[in-house]
Design a protein around this ligand. Structure first.
Ligand code: 5GP
Ligand code: MG
Ligand code: MG
Length: 192
């Protein structure tokens, strides 16, 4: 199977992603260095796994890393609107500053759900670092707890994108770039 043939166009190359990830890491290191205790960096599985792996290696302050799994998508391209936490954190976040690392913020449902969940666990502040932001599709405006900040890598056009962790039906996560998936690919799958 040739994955590149399923991509309509590349939006961000491996090099462009690496450059932006380094900038975000520098900004985060700068903003959080004043806190005496390590910040908890929470990767949202599975989509953020590459972004998380790359950004934590560029962050220069002490951090603790954990994963959380939130599911709202079946194998389609539309959020069902009510995400559930299917695998919770291992680390205790009470009294900690938390940075949620996400692949993409789309409708905002996942982030709102995580924000309330982490607040209920007593986090001191919740920030979000999303590689992609798709504001055209926002349905739930979110206000981050404490002095939480929103960091975003690139503004994503209103297309379904894959690669660098982002999937369609669990495929394409291993592309090193991010691109628009040919619509025939998901139309085909929806017809089957
Ligand atoms: P939200 O809850 O903000 O609607 O969506 C968050 C999740 O939906 C993301 O973490 C991601 O897994 C998925 N998602 C949203 N837009 C896209 C997209 O364009 N491509 C892919 N592959 N996943 C997306
Ligand atoms: Mg995600
Ligand atoms: Mg997905």
């Amino acid at each position: 199977m040739v994955m590149d043939g399923d991509i309509e166009r590349v939006l961000w190359t491996e090099e462009e992603i690496a450059g932006r990830v380094a900038e975000l890491a520098a900004q985060i290191s700068d903003d959080f260095q004043r806190f005496p205790s390590p910040v908890v960096v929470v990767g949202v599985a599975t989509g953020a796994f590459l972004f998380l792996a790359d950004i934590v290696r560029k962050i220069t302050i002490p951090i603790v890393v954990d994963f959380i799994r939130v599911e709202s998508y079946g194998s389609g391209t539309e959020s069902n609107g009510s995400p559930i936490i299917s695998c919770d954190l291992k680390v205790d976040v009470s009294g900690k500053h938390v940075i949620v690392v996400e692949d993409i913020v789309d409708t905002g449902n996942t982030i709102s759900c995580l924000n309330s969940h982490l607040m209920s666990k007593g986090a001191s502040s919740i920030s979000v670092c999303a590689l992609l932001n798709k504001p055209a599709r926002r349905r739930v405006p979110f206000k981050l707890a404490g002095e939480g900040k929103f960091y975003s890598g690139f503004e994503c056009p209103n297309h379904f994108v894959v690669g660098y962790g982002l999937d369609f039906a669990e495929l394409y996560r291993n592309l090193s770039y991010i691109g628009v998936l040919k619509s025939e690919k998901y139309n085909q799958a929806e017809e089957n």
